[in-house]
Design a protein around this ligand. Structure first.
Ligand code: KIV
Length: 268
């Protein structure tokens, strides 16, 4: 990929101005990140969804800052073009803007990431301001914010009532004013996401938020069909990798057991 120009926050601003949708996927490791980058994904999100899809936890709460930095280092090593955004995990920024800044600086220094993402509205504004003032690009995340799952009590669509919708509109503006370069809108009504996207000068990146957002993000494991048990309405499956892998691995086991692998050509 010689001479490839890197995606930056300027690229996102220009894409929004030119109504060019931004394609984002999650990545947690070198091999996957290399494939996604070469396929033209604009940004890779090292999401704390690693807690679910890599480590098998029920929620995103257990993953630590050290784990996130480890995943981010692997992704950054693979990438030549895409912009790499890293989630600050639960407990590394809430309620303490100095701790938020320290966590963001660790991610930038130790992983070589390009930006950080944090979940929440007005309660994290001071953290966003201080991170932004330090020169670190920061992405917001509103709507269904999985780090607050025990507060919500359910993964169902957020902001369906007018009061929560109003609060979300206000939070989006506050996040923009505090310096976010983009905002993820997760699992909210498409109409509300459209209104917010039109009201902001920074891009919105939707997941379960309809197609009027300025970009879309999916968890790569969902898009590639690596977990047949997880079928929410907002996921489009581009592959059924779980079934393909299952049959490939069964073939391998069979070949080993019948001594048809390795063949003479595969031996020295
Ligand atoms: O952690 C993650 O994968 C995310 C996306 C779902 C936006 O935050």
């Amino acid at each position: 990929m010689e001479g490839v120009s890197r995606v930056t926050t300027q690229t996102f601003r220009r894409m929004k101005a030119e109504s060019l949708p931004i394609a984002v996927l999650t990545a947690y490791d070198y091999t996957m990140a290399r494939i996604l980058d070469r396929a033209g994904v604009d940004a890779l999100l090292v999401g704390d969804s690693a807690s679910n899809v890599i480590s098998g936890h029920e929620t995103t709460l257990p993953i630590t800052l050290d784990h996130m930095i480890y995943h981010a280092q692997s992704v950054v090593r693979a990438v030549e073009r895409a912009f790499v955004i890293v989630d600050l995990p639960f407990g590394s920024y809430q309620g303490n803007s100095q701790q938020a800044l320290t966590s963001a600086i660790r991610v930038m220094k130790e992983a070589g990431a390009h930006a950080v993402k944090i979940e929440g509205g007005r309660s994290v504004l001071s953290a966003i301001e201080i991170i932004h003032q330090t020169g670190i690009p920061i992405m917001g995340h509103l709507g269904l914010t999985p780090q607050s799952i025990y507060h919500f009590g359910t993964y169902k669509v957020r902001a369906t009532d007018p009061q929560e919708a109003d609060q979300l509109r206000e939070d989006a503006l506050e996040l923009q004013n505090a310096g976010c370069f983009a905002i993820v809108l997760e699992k909210i009504p498409a109409q509300l996401a459209q209104e917010i996207s039109l009201s902001l000068t920074i891009p919105t990146i939707g997941i379960g938020a309809g197609n009027a957002c300025d970009g879309q993000v999916l968890v790569t494991h969902d898009a590639l069909g690596l977990n047949n048990d997880f079928n929410p309405r907002f996921v489009r499956r581009y592959l059924n990798l779980e079934d393909s892998m299952d049959s490939a691995v069964r073939n391998y086991v069979d070949d080993v057991r019948t001594r048809s692998f390795p063949s003479l050509q595969e031996s020295y």
